[in-house]
Write a protein that binds this ligand. Structure first.
Ligand code: AMP
Length: 192
């Protein structure tokens, strides 16, 4: 089993690179943002509550996203591996993920972090907002709040994996295929 965390701020390119990784490694893509947006689209109570936080660029409670991941792991027990995209976003989520994966004897192989500076992120998010239809991409104040929430609440997750010797940083600015090659190289190194 190959379990990867694709880490980085909003707008770093996690979604784009995840698509390429799932094709190459045949992994199941678990994006908590996508899972939450499908709850919103389905009009569930969980979705309605999450939407209020998401539209303001704030994190939804840990237990909500941990519960969703737990369900997906249970549903996909024969998967060759998972790519976690946008999760974990807090240290508590990272600890919960380690615990969940211990039931399957399939720990995280490595965390790949895409590094992009704040101003480039804001530029990318606002550009995506022109076509994505996502309320949280549309205005600059919300985009800035998401980047600031990342810097405060999510950055410590990098230290968590680094302490386990499972952290690899990649420059997230440049050609999409070059970035993909750099990610694949780190994955191969983690499997040696
Ligand atoms: P994303 O699509 O990953 O940018 O996520 C969009 C929004 O969903 C975030 O701004 C949060 O409000 C919420 N969200 C997604 N993943 C998580 C998570 N792991 N923990 C808390 N909130 C999350």
């Amino acid at each position: 089993m190959l379990n990867l965390v694709l880490f980085g701020p909003p707008g770093a390119g996690k979604g784009t690179q995840s698509e390429k990784l799932i094709q190459k490694y045949n992994l199941v893509h678990l994006s908590t943002g996508d899972l939450l947006r499908s709850q919103i689209a389905a009009g569930t109570e969980l979705g309605l509550r999450a939407k209020q936080l998401m539209d303001h660029g704030l994190l939804v409670p840990d237990e909500v996203v941990i519960g969703m991941i737990e369900n997906k792991l249970r549903e996909n027990q024969s998967a060759p591996g998972f790519i976690f995209d946008g999760f974990p976003r807090t240290v508590l989520q990272a600890e919960a993920l380690d615990q969940l994966l211990s039931h399957y004897q399939a720990p995280i192989a490595t965390m790949i972090a895409l590094v992009v500076n704040d101003e480039e992120l804001i530029r990318r998010l606002l550009k995506r907002g022109e076509t994505s239809g996502r309320p949280d991409d549309r205005d600059e104040a919300t985009a800035r709040r998401r980047v600031s929430v990342y810097n405060k609440e999510t950055m410590p997750v990098a230290d968590y994996y680094s302490q386990q010797g499972k952290f690899a940083a990649i420059d997230g600015i440049g050609n999409i295929d070059d970035i993909f090659q750099a990610i694949c190289q780190k994955i191969e190194e983690s499997r040696l």
